[in-house]
Structures are given as C-alpha cells and as structure tokens.
Design a protein around this ligand. Structure first.
Ligand code: SAH
Ligand code: SF4
Ligand code: F3S
Length: 459
C-alpha cells in the first residue's frame, strides 16, 4: 500500500508528518511522491490563516474528483484543521479519516480500519482546552520517542518538540484552540531523544515550541528551563548546532537563554522573536503582553549579551483598528529592530478567537496588501545592508542539499549542482558543489549578496 503525504503549516506540523510517516512505514506502508500511485492520501493541515485552509479545501475538491474513478482511495486529514472542523470535515465527500494533532498515535489503526471496513472515522479531542489527560500525554510521548529519530528530509538535521500547545491566547490566534493547553515535555525524554538523534548522525537539532522560551518543567525542587535543556544538549557528542523557535518577547528566562547562547559555541546566535506590531494600542488589542519600547529593550539586551546575534521577526498588518499611525509605528519598529529577515502576514480573522468575536475586520484588503508590500520593502533594504556585510567573508554552513530554485549561476559543470545551506545565524547561502555534501559542514566564501541570499564559492 502506498501513501502520499502532504504537509501545510509550521515546523510542528512538519515534525508530526515525519512521525506519522515513520509509523506508517513501520506498519508496512510505503511512501510515494505521486497521488496517482497512492492508495492513501494523507494531508496534514494548518488553520492559522484562512488561506491555508482554502488550499486544503481546493486539494480536497480535486481528490473528490479523483475518487469518482478510484473509489478505493483513502483520504485522511490530520492536523490543526482536523481538530478545528472535526465532524464537519468528515462530511466532505472526499474525506475518510479526520484525526487531530493529539490523536496521531492512532493513525495507522485508523488507516487500516478505513481500508478494511470502508467506514468514515473521526478522532479529535472533544474539549480542546481541558487539561490533557495522562493517557493521551503518555500515548503522545511514546509515539514521539518511538518515531522521533526518523526524519530524513534534510540530512543531518532534526526537530525535537519541547512543548505542546499554547496558553498565550494572542487574540488573533487559533493555535491554542487546535493544539490545546501548553505542556512542557520532561527534560529526560527530550535529552534522550537528542542523544538518539546524535547517534543516528544528526548534527543540528532545532527545539520546537509555540513559546519555546517559556519551557518550564518542575521536577522536585528543580525548575528546568530552556537554558538548562540547551546546556545539557550542548554536551552531547555529535550535536554541533542547536536552535530553538519560536520565542515570545518576555523577560522570563531571557537572561539565562542569552547566557547559554553567549557561552556555548553550539547554541546558534539566532533569535526568532516576533513583535507582531509596533503600536502599543494594537499590541494591547492583540493580547501581547509588552510595549514596543519593552520589545526593543529585549533586542538591545540580546545584542549586548551575544555578539553578532541575528534576529528575525513576524508581523501582522491590518489587524482590526490599525490606522495609518499604528502602521507607521510598526515601520518605525522595523527600522529600529534591524532584523535579519521578517515574515509579514495580512490579518486573517479566525473563527473562535477573541479578535474575531469582538473586533471587526475593518482594514480593507487593499490597505492590508499595501502595508504588507511597504513593510516588506523596508525590511528588504535592511536585509540587503546586513547581507552586504558578508561580501568577501568566509562563512561556515551546514549544507541542506540541492537548491530547490536554482538561482542565476545554476550549474557549474557536471556533478556540481547548486546547493543550499545555512550559517549558524540562519543566513541562507547558495553555492555550487557535489550533492554528497548534504548534511556536512563546509566553508564558503561569499562573492555576491542579495537581501535574503548569500552567494558563495566552496573553499
Ligand atoms: N507561536 C509562534 C507562531 C504562531 S503562528 C509565535 O507566537 O510566534 C506564526 C505566525 O503567524 C505568527 O507569528 C503571526 O505573525 C501569524 N499569525 C497568527 N495568526 C494569524 C492570523 N489570524 N492572521 C494573520 N497572521 C497570523
Ligand atoms: Fe498563537 Fe500567541 Fe500562542 Fe504564538 S504565542 S501560538 S501567536 S497564541
Ligand atoms: Fe502550526 Fe498552523 Fe497548526 S501554524 S500549530 S500547523 S495552525
């Protein structure tokens, strides 16, 4: 039996797909790159913006059409949309299985059942904000430990979840309603998993949490924070680089995290710390617990503690009530923050969130688009300046593999395709070299730059 997998959404979802794909392979299924050759299509979905959901619906529309001639094709929808829409999604003609993020340990059983019994099946959490029960947490822990070392997508790299869920309730955000309450995983399990990954040849581990810097696990007298995890993981042989995403702008544990970043050569000097807006009025309406000034003070602190730290951010433009003055405050903050790069999103109302219930989506789409373009342009100038500093310099990168969109100098002779890798500070570098370098550290001299990409020559 062949399974076709498709993933939308964040790193959490990519990690879930990796776990599910390992579980399915162990159960005797094979993976395929083509829907045509598949017996099962499994879609891991995201609900963060309406657009992400629309793409899944159009995919499902296509699958419905395919099922007219191939009625035995099984379609499983897992992930955040599965949890959000539950039974309504199961009503879709194309869908056989709906399985939430907390139910993925059941996925092979659900797929086998669908094949054998030809019945639709729903597995989601009924009351998503209720404290997760021990049985469910145990099942997720076992699943994570059993399949957490198989991720072969990018050689030498892996993701490790340190927390599930989120309790932050930013007013625009659906995540707390689809991923449930915040739970920090036991440090021993996390470290054990990183050790296994290192034994399997992994060199870079990225720790994942929706508010990863809020990681907190109490064992007896001791409170373990993210800095403790990073410190312990730094001692593991074979692990060269450690990263963590995403950070919430808060003082809690911040000094400790910066300290371990400054002290350990293995902890990459990179901080993804979204501001979302530069207007205090909007930040308040977003239920973000800081002002623009406090946010910038955190960045100052980070830059003082860690030499050459690279900082990245996220912004939402067109949040309800955002007038030109608020947007200018965001532009101003972007100028001051000097991000390496940032991700900019147009506000998308999400059903069930407090922003959607209480605030009118009153910024017209044209205005959202204009602000998005304007902010991107501001950031592009800054990214361009920061990138240019690398001209003529030598950098160490971890090679990911062949570049997906070969730029300009696409190939230099046989056997030297364009490869892509990243520096410890998360700068993207492309260069020509043998594909066998994927998963290796190499040194590259930068000969050309663009705002988001450095172009280099293998040393
Ligand atoms: N937990 C992470 C990531 C959350 S989702 C964090 O707090 O940073 C990733 C990004 O999507 C967010 O940082 C935010 O910028 C954006 N986002 C979330 N909900 C959104 C919405 N309703 N409309 C537009 N962008 C949204
Ligand atoms: Fe969403 Fe805020 Fe939690 Fe991030 S911290 S997942 S934006 S609620
Ligand atoms: Fe991630 Fe999207 Fe879910 S951003 S947590 S996959 S809603």
């Amino acid at each position: 039996m062949n399974v076709f997998l498709q993933t939308y959404g964040c790193q959490m979802n990519k990690l879930d797909t990796a776990l599910v794909s390992s579980a399915l392979r162990e159960a005797g299924f094979s993976l395929t790159d083509s829907v045509k050759e598949s017996d099962v299509v499994l879609i891991n979905t995201c609900s963060v913006r309406e657009h992400a959901e629309q793409r899944v619906f159009s995919h499902l529309g296509h699958l419905k059409h395919i099922k007219e001639t191939r009625p035995n094709l099984i379609v499983a929808v897992i992930g955040c949309m599965a949890q959000r829409l539950g039974a309504n999604l199961l009503d879709h003609e194309a869908v056989d299985i709906v399985c939430g993020p907390a139910q993925i340990p059941q996925i092979t059983e659900l797929v086998k059942k669908a094949i054998n019994e030809k019945q639709k099946n729903l597995a989601v959490t009924e009351k998503i904000r209720q404290k997760t029960n021990d049985y469910q947490t145990d099942a997720l822990e076992k699943f994570e430990s059993a399949y957490g070392i198989e991720d072969k997508r990018i050689p030498g790299q892996a993701f490790v979840r340190v927390m599930r869920g989120c309790n932050n309730f930013c007013s625009y955000c659906v995540v707390p309603y689809v991923r449930g309450p915040e739970v920090s995983r036991p440090p021993a399990k996390i470290i054990e998993q990183i050790k296994k990954l290192a034994e399997a040849g992994v060199k870079q581990v990225t720790l994942l949490g929706q508010r990863v810097n809020a990681y907190k696990y109490t064992a007896g007298e001791k409170i373990h924070c993210l800095a403790d995890l990073l410190e312990t993981a730094s001692d593991i042989n074979g692990i060269e680089w450690l990263r963590f995403v995403t950070n919430y702008p808060s003082e809690e544990f911040f000094d400790e995290i910066l300290q371990v970043m400054a002290d350990s050569p293995k902890v990459c000097n990179y901080l993804h710390i979204p501001a979302q807006s530069g207007s205090d009025k909007i930040l308040h309406a977003m239920n973000r617990h800081y002002t623009a000034k406090q946010y910038l003070e955190l960045l100052d602190k980070a830059r003082a503690a860690v030499a050459d730290i690279a900082i990245a951010g996220d912004f939402i433009v067109g949040f309800p009530g955002e007038i030109e003055e608020d947007f200018q405050a965001t532009v101003d903050l972007v100028h001051k923050a000097r991000y390496k790069n940032c991700f900019i999103f147009k506000y998308s109302p999400r059903p069930g969130t407090t922003a959607d219930k209480g605030l009118k989506d009153d910024v017209p789409i044209e205005v959202k688009k204009r602000r998005n373009t304007e902010l991107l342009a501001v950031q592009e100038t800054i990214s361009g300046q920061l990138s240019r500093d690398f001209l003529g310099k030598e950098v160490k990168i971890l090679v990911e593999g062949p570049s997906k969109k070969p730029h300009l100098n696409s190939a230099v002779g046989e056997g030297r395709p364009q490869l892509v890798g990243r520096t410890a500070r998360d700068y993207i570098v492309v260069f020509n070299g043998p594909a066998s370098l994927a998963g290796e550290f190499v040194r590259v001299k930068i000969i050309k730059t663009s705002p988001l990409t450095l172009f280099g020559e293998l040393m």
